[in-house]
Write a protein that binds this ligand. Sequence first.
Ligand SMILES: Cc1cc2nc3c(=O)[nH]c(=O)nc-3n(C[C@H](O)[C@H](O)[C@H](O)COP(=O)(O)OP(=O)(O)OC[C@H]3O[C@@H](n4cnc5c(N)ncnc54)[C@H](O)[C@@H]3O)c2cc1C
Length: 471
Amino acid sequence: MREMQTPRSYWLQEALAADTDIAPSLEGRVKAEVCIVGGGFTGLWTAIRLKEAEPALDIVLVERDVCGGGASGRNGGFVLSLWAKFLKLEHLCGTAEALRLAEASAEAVAEIGEFCQAHQIDAGYRRDGWLWAATSRMQVGAWTETVERIEQQGKSPFVAWTPEEVAHRSGSPVHLAGVFEPTAAQVQPAKLARGLRRVAVERGVRLFENTPLVRLVRSTPPVVHTPRGQVEAKKVVLAMNAWGIREPEIRQAVLVMASDMVITEPVTEFLEQSGWSDGLLISDARRLVHYYRTTVSGRIAFGKGGIPTFAFAGRVGPAFDGRSRMAGQVEAWLKWTYPPLRNVPCPVNWTGPIDRSKDGLPIFGRLSGRPDLLFGVGYSGNGVGPSVLGGRILASLVLEKKDEWSGCGLVRPLRRTFPPEPFRYLGSHIVRKAVALKDQAEDAGRKPNALVERIAALAPAGLSPTKSPKP
Ligand SMILES: Cc1cc2nc3c(=O)[nH]c(=O)nc-3n(C[C@H](O)[C@H](O)[C@H](O)COP(=O)(O)OP(=O)(O)OC[C@H]3O[C@@H](n4cnc5c(N)ncnc54)[C@H](O)[C@@H]3O)c2cc1C
């Protein structure tokens, strides 16, 4: 196996223990019809969809690390629909299109399971749903507006649970209330990424790992420069997630924050006794969201979003890779949620970047309007399921099809929604501080002061809506 560039998440270590196939890095100049930059879910689904549509299409994929080395191999493995983001979707593209996209995103959850089965990808796919919970009185009802609006449209993706059911099924009385979305599934995300990589290679995608784009030359045709080679391609797809902020247009529309995870030793007995004995996904309704799940080996993986690491001036630096600097804090929250586990060690932790768009929805399109430079970015912590749609959208854009994907509401220009440096970096810290103060006040059962509320409301949308003051 070639030398790895970044320390691994628990998931990726586990996946690579069974899959040591690493592609060579690029040496010299190659030509291709399509060059995809980034071997996460977005890049890999795009490659697979393109090969489905046009098997002879010559596709090169370059990945700076190994496929799955980015967020796709480090995330919580929550495979969620976009129903929780329905209000933002509706605001963006109208009721009918929002309904269509939300339904397509729910179908994508099922599709991942079917794809794994069809291609023997052992990614631990399990569909036991998602609990959108409140762990403080102030969080209760964060979902109400969303659920009611969807129900007005005649749809019911969420099921109301009684407080007793919420506490029992989640295995902890800190969960005071919640709604359940049965559609959601869990995966071991790195195994899914590595499985998609295998299918892409089987379909003839030319893959180069340990091959970072170091410069994108916007000539016609565009050229992707790597340390020891170049790819000249008719179309380039930037599927680089947070790392895409190296391009100025992406930088102005996306803010990068860290999300951090820890994982326990096996706690099978606790899970069986607690009531949380299945694959139920749980997240709470605080701004710096807590998200947690069980694993097939009986562990709990627990994550916290929005940890104060911000990318400065387009650089997603080493602070976003490897071990979490906030592991102690994340572990303390896990133990606050599940007090009987206070003496259980969490041997592994890691961090990764989240690409937050202002409205929390991904953005797809043509970079500076160029039909030969495409991008997909901004999943805002919900990309495992929606990247299936991302693959369809980017494939349609590459093939210049005029269809429901290339014309969908998530295809839109990159607008400046965040200020330039240094205001952006400083502003991020102020907003993050306000968000933390708001969470702290709400945990203590207090309403945050009005200034804190106002500043916290400036934060980009996250995994699911939180309770905010009306503007
Ligand atoms: C800790 C954490 C927890 C999360 N939990 C969840 C969750 O439970 N559910 C959910 O839906 N979403 C979650 N997310 C978000 C989710 O992981 C992403 O939205 C999703 O993986 C996006 O896929 P992607 O392919 O766009 O990005 P990535 O998987 O990050 O792929 C981008 C790829 O580009 C590569 N790259 C970067 N720079 C270059 C370069 N210069 N040249 C070549 N390649 C480059 C990277 O190495 C990476 O492999 C989480 C994210 C993190 C960090």
